[in-house]
Structures are given as structure tokens and as C-alpha cells.
Design a protein around this ligand. Sequence first.
Ligand code: ATP
Ligand code: MG
Length: 456
Amino acid sequence: MIRKLLRRVFKRAEPAVTQEPAVIPAELHGIRKEDISPAARKVCYVLQEAGHKAYVVGGAVRDLIAGATPKDFDVATDATPEQVRALFRRSRIIGRRFRIVHVMSGQETIEVSTFRAMNSEESSTDEHGRILQDNVWGSMAEDATRRDFTVNALYYDPSTQTVVDYHHGVADLQQKTLRMIGEPHQRYREDPVRMLRAVRLAAKLGLIIDPDARRPIREMANLLENVPLARLFDEILKLLTSGHAVPCLRQLREEGLHTGLLPMLDVILDQPVGERFVWLSLENTDARVRAGKSVSPGFLFATLLWHQVLTNWNERRARKEPSHPALFAAMGEVLDTQAEKLAITRRISADITEIWALQPRFEKRAGKAPYRLLEQPRYRAGYDFLRLRAESGEIPMELPDWWDNFADAGGNAREEMLQAQPRDPAAAAKKRRRRPRRKAEADSGGSVTAEAGSED
Ligand code: ATP
Ligand code: MG
């Protein structure tokens, strides 16, 4: 206990921002100049030629040393946003909370940020200690210290091919440790999202979260409730589309971070079929991301929330609510509940709804309905979702297989497939009742189609 206290006091007293950084040569960090995108290199050279400091910084340096492929390249400099803007024709200043410059070069956009300090006098915090505003320029050492983890505070200079390291980040990375800069409780209080970042980065790079940084997470998890929903959503989306969603969520669960945050997971993970479905979907997503394919957030959230919709829908049908309106009511209710915890954007909600609404239409294998479904712009997403449902054991595999064959078959073969379908007694009864009507009218009857259309 005393040792712990001493360690904490010692850490606080550490003159972190005045320490001399290590300058690590290429043979020790292993990054080759060619690993850095040409645009990021060029941005550094132009800034340096104009007399500024400029480094590739953050996630890219970390990922390269860890042997991973960086998602993008960020540059940090002592030039102000206006000075950066003046040096690059294709650039613009963006952001209100942090003003940074986007420099466009070919197809790439490089984010250039000015060294910032975490100045406690000038940065304002909310009543929980969360930093609300910290746009205060600082020295390079201060910029390193305001970053979250030691492995994220590394600066690569493409001119000298050295890494400037203020917090032993290279050694931590080589020892597979994710260590917080500063006192972890305080750093989580300032920004609770750092808890999620810790889990994501550890899972992504196979790092162990240092015990000092890991221990407080469980007790501080509730601070995530004070984070704006939109920011939480961005972070969760990053986590789910990191290509490492499965290990990330496993660790979120281990750290006690999943409850409340992802209410869908609380519920789903307790249901065997639901759990299987979610993990399958996440494995699928990870494989796609790693193969460099795009993933649709709408599809992903549609899978994560599907079993809640199913449960709600089944309850409604058990109360004798008509099936189609019951489905739409269930979808609405699930999305509304979710929206209180996680701000799913309107666009993504529309995508989710579309994928869900297509599901009952796959069961109609008679008349013109299957042809119309094939022509739906979202057919592919709906079909992929259907297959996942089958793979998880929710529905028979025969259904997606049938659609596979139907999509591939020629005109005559399609007709034969439709004829071969056993008659659904309910549908047949409906048809009998409708007999007096004209045929065309009876055929247009996909009521889900009409409702799905009006939902859009
Ligand atoms: P990714 O691989 O997802 O891009 P990243 O670490 O680069 O991971 P970014 O959000 O791009 O994440 O952040 C860039 C850098 O900014 C980080 O490497 C870190 O140095 C710093 N940073 C980001 N978020 C925080 C935070 N919440 N607190 C402190 N520093 C942060
Ligand atoms: Mg990044």
C-alpha cells in the first residue's frame, strides 16, 4: 500500500515534460523510410525545409514498429495551423475543439497537428474531471506527455530516420506492454474513452495492458456514461471495424466494459444462438477488414441487434399482433433503446432497418416476389445477413442455399424452382380468399415490401 502510494507520488513528481528524449536509430526501431506513405514524407520535408519541426506521429509509428500496417499517417509539427495552411496549396484547416490541417496529396489526406500541451490551468474540465477543451499549443515534449500511452508518443523523422521517444515507448512496444503516460486514474478521469482505447490497442497489437493501467478500468468503467454519445459511437465503430473485433470484445467483457455500453451485448451474449450469431458476424467482419474489403457499419449493427429484434418480434406475435407491423414495431423499439446508449447515426439506422426488413421477404418463394427481391439494391446485404442467420443455426441452411441457386439459375430453371416449392397453407388460404380480385392485384401483395419502402 505504502509502496503504491510512494510510486504514485513519485510518478506525479516526475518532471515528465522536461526529460530528454531517446533518439532511436533505424537499426533499433526497424522502420524503413519506404514504409511511410510518400504524402506523409513529403509533408514532413516541406515543413522542415520551411524551418519547422515535423514528424510522423502516433498510431502509424506504433503500428510499423509492431509490424502492423498503419491505417493512416498523421504528422505533428511546431508550425501553427495557419503556417501549415500557407505551405500547402491543397490544404484546409478543420476542427473546432482541436484545429488541425488536412493536407491533400494525390489520393491521400494527411492530418497535420500542431504540438499541444495539456495545460491544466487553461484546459477546462467537467465536474468528473473530463477535459472539455485543450487547444493549447505546447512544446514537443509536452505534446508527447499529453498523449495516452507510451507507444502512442513516438515521433518518426523521415529525414534522419530516427524515432524520438520521450516515454520509453519503443521498449514498451518491444516488450509488448501498453503503458499509460502519467497516472492512470487521472488519465482515465480526464478522458474515459482511453479505457476503450486501451482495450482496442492491446487487442489489435497483442499487447498486455500494464497492471497499473488495467486495474482502474473496472472501477472507473461507469465514467463512460459521461462521454458524449457521438464520441462513444465513433470509438465503438473503430473497435468493431478494427479487424480485431473478436479479441477486442472478449477483452471488453473481461475488463467489465461491455455492460451498459453495448446493451445489445448484455442481452445477446446470454442466449446461445444469439451469441453464436454475434461472434460469427464479428469473425466475418474481421476477416473482411483484414482482407482489405470494406465493411458496412449498418450490416454490423444489424447483426449485433438482430436477436433483440427477434425476441421482441416473437413476443408481439405471441400476443397475436399481425406479423409485419409487429416486426416494424420491434425494429423501432430496439433502435430507440439502443439510441439512448449509443448514438447510431440516422444513415446507419436506415441501413439497419433495410437489412432487417428484407428478412421476411426471403421466405416468400412464390409468384413474382422472389424476382422483385433479387432486383432490390440491398439484396446482397440482405442475403449475406440471411446466410449468417443460417450459419448460426437460427434458420435452416436450405433457405440461403435456395436463394443461391435461384440467383444463379436461368429463366426456366427459376420457374421450376418456384413450382417445386411446397405450398404454404397460410398463403394458399389467403389466395383462396382473394380469388375474386384481379390477378395482378393479388400478386402485388408483398405487404412487407410496401412497409419496407415507406420506412426508407
Ligand atoms: P488508430 O490505429 O485507430 O488510428 P491511433 O492511436 O492512431 O489509433 P487516433 O485516434 O488516430 O488513434 O489518434 C492519434 C494519436 O493521438 C494517438 O496515437 C495518441 O497519441 C493521440 N490520442 C488519440 N486519442 C487520445 C486520447 N483520448 N488521449 C490522449 N491521446 C490521444
Ligand atoms: Mg491514427
